[in-house]
Design a binder for this molecule. Structure first.
Ligand code: GLU
Length: 327
């Protein structure tokens, strides 16, 4: 008695695997080694069911997706008021690495662009870089239910070529937006971006947020419940680079993407989606990932503002059998 949702994901995978649009990121030299054909889709429901198709065990670096979750850890470390005073909550409409800062409030605009993410990483507590990195890796482990490593070549590649991020960090230091330990923080930022995940991890991470901060499989709390909405709301407004507005309109599921081709998307109270497919569009989002999320959202009525009866009922499709649906 197979779940029809599994067949649905298989069909979706087969429909989009041949899509040739987009380019694998190469501005960090190590990223260019990824295969354009890699493609995995994973969905984890808030009651702990996992549905996967394609390359869901293949690891890649989390990149910008880390920013949303490290923001959550900074909130736990300092509380909302302080974190809000250090990094804003307005989308920039600009590229993720643009050198713009909110001079009126002396903050970077939001935690999802590089400047804001570096300022957020600066807030992570710990006696030294090692302890801070350990805290970040352990936090991700609570979300995914497994231990995580850094891809050292990617980390070194980012560090060697990350002049723009370094320039931005020093500019923020000049304005007292970040603390003096800037070299340690930059290393930490490059390390968090170089952490290895797979599509299953990304689905588990967003399912954990969708489930109020508790991993639906392990039962372990990954983030205090009161901060879950902070993370998800900024994913909605700023999570998909300068395509966040279009994503909110077309897909309507808060999400965060990264330049290695990952997307994590949170349908609150229902499920998390994890995608891996390296070719990116001009804004930096996975081309197959966009198609897949758009279709899942439409077919199951997951757009956060949808009130119409969806084409398929999610619960029936996840739990039901083919016969009861007339297959
Ligand atoms: N480590 C990357 C950078 O700072 C993150 C890029 C991304 O995924 O958007 O350039």
């Amino acid at each position: 008695m197979a779940s029809p949702f599994r067949s649905y994901l298989n069909d979706l995978y087969n429909k989009h695997r041949g899509l040739k649009k987009g380019r694998v990121a190469d501005y960090i030299p190590e990223l260019a080694l990824a295969s354009a054909d890699s493609f995995g889709i994973c969905v984890v429901s808030t009651d702990g069911q996992t549905f996967e198709v394609g390359d869901c065990d293949k690891t890649f670096t989390i990149q910008s997706i880390s920013k949303a979750f490290v923001f959550g850890l900074a909130l736990e470390d300092h509380g909302r008021k302080y974190v809000n005073s250090k990094v804003g909550m307005e989308p920039t409409g600009e590229a993720f690495n643009s050198i713009i800062l909110d001079e009126a409030t002396n903050r970077p605009y939001n935690p999802m662009v590089n400047s804001g993410a570096i300022a957020t990483t600066d807030l992570i507590k710990g006696r030294n870089g090692t302890e801070r990195l350990k805290r970040i890796l352990e936090m991700f482990g609570r979300y995914t239910g497994r231990a995580h490593d850094i891809n050292v070549p990617v980390f070194l590649s980012e560090k060697e070529t990350g002049h723009r991020n370094r320039a931005m960090a020093f500019l923020m230091l000049n304005f007292s937006m970040v603390s003096e330990k800037i070299d340690e923080t930059l290393d930490l930022y490059f390390q968090q971006c170089s952490m290895l995940v797979n599509a299953k991890d990304l689905a588990m991470m967003s399912a954990t947020l969708a489930n109020g901060g508790v991993n639906p499989v392990t039962g372990i709390r990954a983030i205090e419940e009161r901060y879950v909405q902070d993370v998800i709301s900024l994913m909605l407004t700023c999570g998909m680079y300068d395509a966040s507005g279009e994503w909110a309109y077309r897909v309507g599921i808060p999400a965060k993407s990264g330049v290695a081709g990952g997307i994590t998307a949170v349908a609150s109270g229902k499920l998390g989606i994890g995608i891996y497919s390296p070719p990116l569009d001009a804004k930096g989002n996975s081309t197959r990932g966009i198609k897949v999320c758009e279709e899942i959202s439409r077919d199951f009525g997951l757009h956060m503002f949808n009130t119409a009866t969806p084409k398929h009922d999610l619960v029936t499709w996840m739990n039901g059998d083919h016969d009861s649906l007339g297959w």
